[in-house]
Design a protein around this ligand. Structure first.
Ligand SMILES: Nc1ncnc2c1ncn2[C@@H]1O[C@H](COP(=O)(O)OP(=O)(O)O)[C@@H](O)[C@H]1O
Ligand SMILES: [Mg+2]
Length: 252
């Protein structure tokens, strides 16, 4: 459903994403795991069609995103890390508006919007203006908007940040249920626990390149040195050794 070939993004002379190859299949819940600055947001924005790659190709459900952006984007929902919502719309209006962007309207959209708002405890807020929503409520509305038109592929940048535990739980269940029905979700996270508790498969990214990919069990089996746990593997692959080095220094 998502196919990246030699995907590259340079900002000036700086290479933020460096020749990434990745395939994510139908029904997969895929995690893009890496430290801050690894290139997750850059990659996801390219997949979502809002940032132009320097080189390489992207296919969404078999459609080339660069050659046929309208058809490819019609299959996508995107939840950015810093979302924008029109303040002067109500929650229900916003969901209707997003569905409209995908040429969807009518009773089915209204039904889905109602279900999503109720899932996230927003039903009493559906007719209130977004400007009166808290940060968490806005985020739940944005998440709902990626599901309201039922895209085949959903791309989510750091979905758990800013959610309270209950909303995070609901989101995880929604991700699982949505992929169980054959849709595809790719999301980024810098936390190992989120990736571990949620994903079918992950790719570990650092400094713009993929260091490893597979199921958590495969990563453990293939990459662990000795009794090394996942956290150590992750830190080693991403070169995030600062904390460990400090501990070593303090222990010495
Ligand atoms: N518009 C930009 N111009 C220059 N450098 C950028 C820009 N956006 C991101 N970068 C750099 O690209 C790298 C990857 O950033 P990003 O994709 O946001 O990483 P992540 O989401 O994994 O934290 C970082 O070093 C960041 O500073
Ligand atoms: Mg990011």
């Amino acid at each position: 459903m998502i196919e990246l070939r030699q995907l590259t993004k340079r900002y000036g002379t700086f290479t933020a994403v460096d020749r990434i190859d990745l395939t994510v299949g139908s029904g997969e819940l895929f995690g893009f795991l890496g430290p801050n600055g690894a290139g997750k947001t850059t990659t996801l924005r390219m997949i979502a069609g809002i940032l132009r790659p320097t080189s390489g190709s992207i296919r969404i459900a078999g459609v080339d995103l660069l050659q046929d952006p309208v058809a490819a984007k019609a299959k996508l929902g995107f939840i950015p890390d810093r979302p924008f919502i029109y303040e002067k719309l109500t929650g229900a209006e916003f969901l209707r508006f997003v569905a409209g962007l995908y040429d969807q309207a009518g009773p089915e959209v209204e039904h889905r919007a109602r279900e999503l708002l109720s899932l996230f405890d927003l039903e009493e807020w559906r007719d209130e203006l977004v400007e009166s929503y808290s940060h968490g409520m806005r985020q739940k509305l944005i998440i709902s908007s990626a599901f309201v038109h039922r895209p085949a592929v959903i791309v989510v940048d750091e979905p758990m940040v800013g959610l309270d535990p209950k909303a995070a739980r609901i989101l995880k269940d929604l991700f699982r249920e949505y992929t169980r029905r054959g849709h595809t979700i790719i999301f980024s996270t810098h936390t190992l626990e989120v990736a571990e508790s949620l994903c079918d498969r992950v790719a570990i990214i650092a400094q713009g390149t993929i260091r490893a990919a597979g199921t958590m069990a495969e990563l453990r089996r293939d990459l662990a040195e000795g009794e090394e746990g996942l956290e150590r593997i992750f830190l080693r692959l991403t070169g995030e050794n600062a904390a460990r080095n400090l501990v070593d220094v303090l222990d010495a």
